[in-house]
Design a protein around this ligand. Structure first.
Ligand SMILES: Nc1ncnc2c1ncn2[C@@H]1O[C@H](COP(=O)(O)OP(=O)(O)O)[C@@H](O)[C@H]1O
Ligand SMILES: O=P(O)(O)O[C@H]1O[C@H](CO)[C@@H](O[C@H]2O[C@H](CO)[C@@H](O)[C@H](O)[C@H]2O)[C@H](O)[C@H]1O
Length: 458
């Protein structure tokens, strides 16, 4: 391995976005491109590497922007230094370096391009923010599957998400959010632009793939997300009925809009078989990684089986990884939904298919349970019953808001909703085992409850 790859391979496993937790990557350099640096007189190179982790199954392609600076000029926080591939040069994690953040925004706002071997990165903009603006960027703090940079001092503040794992095709995050915003929906931030690219296809020797590299959207400053609002409410014992009802309404509005913006179709026998196969696959993965789940296997399979015996509603495009952290409470505008990329651990081909809107309802129901679960983890003295009652009230209000806005009677005991909630808890067990092992108790408790008392809101 050359010194650049060795340097990246040593650093990647410590990054939140690195998928194969606990295993060092087996890297191959796929391509790269350089962006212009506007720093006068500085010895700096702004290069984005595309590297494949061939130890992963299937292979994962990562986007790694790096700023290379002469050692004596480095002022970066050591936490953001990747390493020194050769004497005299230091690699800095691009999103934490102004040379990269300003080059990235210029690529979007000016609609420029950058070339590399069999590779091109192209910026697209909607004209919402003027190209002569050059605000400074700072990385979003907190847990993220990707890396986002906020440009708060632009005329319209911007947040630009750099996708860490790359996939072929237009990222549903950009596709769905932009379609909703263009349709006039206030339920999503407006799109400012994106970067798409072409790079060598990992599956063939000579082909190339097109896909999304970054997404710039309107940044909504000084707002809380629903996770924080719900945590505060539960910790203080304050009823969350009204915000949860409004969240149900906002969710329904987005589903109705997606239903008319994108094709819908009846759930065919093949769709039902594919969904059942996904449930089974996710259960098998969870059992392999969290062996306690094995004792629930048969009970879980019965829950899935019951869902296959009832009628299913038509399929449509959905959010796909819906939880309280994906929703912002914006004064004067209400709930605003983010991050339509779907679950990071789900294959992209499954994420872009029409799906069950109830999957999003199930995701949010799980999230209210997480509020109760995380508060109990923080303070084991907290009354489990009070927490459960808080979650039950919020879940009921959310379902009522959703049903009222869709004009349907959403039966919280519907076997399909129960199966989707169980599937989400199973996914969460794997997610927590890989990312936050001390939280795995939250989905484990939920799985136990859901297989014994399926399809209950409480
Ligand atoms: N348009 C926005 N306005 C304000 N904050 C945002 C916006 N987009 C994202 N954020 C913040 O950044 C966090 C991460 O964004 P998200 O799209 O969920 O990234 P990821 O795909 O990496 O999980 C969100 O939880 C939210 O707090
Ligand atoms: O936001 P992401 O797209 O990165 O989603 C992943 O990470 C989420 C955690 O950050 C995870 O959500 C789980 O934890 C939340 C609390 O932190 C909780 O509200 C959710 O209900 C729970 O699923 C999500 O599953 C994962 O895909």
């Amino acid at each position: 391995m050359d010194s650049t790859l060795a340097c990246l391979a040593a650093w990647m496993p410590r990054q939140r976005w690195y998928a194969a937790k606990g295993r060092p990557p087996s890297l191959r350099l796929v391509s790269w491109w350089d962006l212009p640096s506007h720093e006068a007189g500085a010895d700096v190179r702004v290069r984005t590497f595309l590297v494949a982790d061939e130890g992963a199954l299937p292979t994962v392609l990562y986007q790694i922007p790096v700023v290379a600076r002469a050692t004596e000029t480095v002022t970066a926080d050591p936490a953001h230094v990747i390493g020194s591939p050769e004497p005299g040069t230091v690699f800095i994690d691009g999103p934490f370096d102004p040379a990269y953040t300003s080059a990235l925004l210029q690529l979007v706002l000016r609609g420029g391009d950058a070339f590399g071997p069999q590779t091109v990165a192209v910026g697209h903009h909607t004209g919402l923010v003027a190209s002569e603006e050059s605000p400074t960027g700072r990385v979003v703090t907190g847990e993220q599957s990707n890396t986002s940079v906020i440009y708060a001092d632009a005329r319209i503040p911007v947040i630009c998400k750099v996708y860490r794992q790359l996939h072929g095709g237009f990222n549903p995050d950009i596709e769905l959010q932009t379609a909703l915003a263009d349709d006039g929906s206030p339920r999503v931030p407006r799109t400012i632009g994106w970067v798409e690219g072409t790079w060598p296809d990992l599956a063939t020797a000579h082909g190339t793939v097109n896909g999304s590299l970054a997404f710039a959207q309107e940044f909504l400053p000084d707002v809380d997300d629903a996770w924080r609002a719900a945590l505060l409410s539960a910790a203080r014992g304050v009823d969350f009925h009204e915000p949860a009802f409004a969240l149900g309404t906002a969710t329904a509005e987005v589903h109705l809009a997606l239903g008319h913006l994108f094709p819908t179709r009846p759930a065919s026998p093949a769709d039902r078989r594919d969904t059942a196969a996904t449930w089974a696959r996710r259960l098998a993965i969870a059992i392999a990684e969290v062996p306690e789940i094995a004792e629930r296997r048969e009970a879980a399979e019965s829950v899935y089986h019951r869902a296959l015996e009832v009628d299913w509603p038509p399929l449509q495009r959905i959010h796909g990884d819906y939880h309280l952290g994906q929703v912002l409470e914006v004064p004067g505008r209400g709930w605003v939904l983010l991050d339509f990329e779907g679950e990071p651990m789900r294959p992209m081909l499954e994420r872009i298919r029409p799906d069950l809107a109830l999957r999003d309802v199930a995701g949010m129901l799980r999230s209210f349970d997480y509020v109760a679960g995380s508060l109990r983890l923080d303070d084991p003295e907290r009354s489990p019953q009070t927490m459960r009652e808080w979650a039950r009230g919020a879940r009921q209000a959310f379902v009522s808001g959703y049903a009222a806005a869709t004009g349907t009677t959403l039966d919280p005991r519907h076997p399909l909703l129960a199966a989707l909630e169980l599937d989400k808890a199973v996914y969460e067990a794997t997610y927590e085992a890989r990312n936050r092992p001390t939280w795995v108790a939250i989905p484990l408790r939920a799985i136990a409850r859901l297989v014994e008392r399926p399809a209950a809101v409480a």
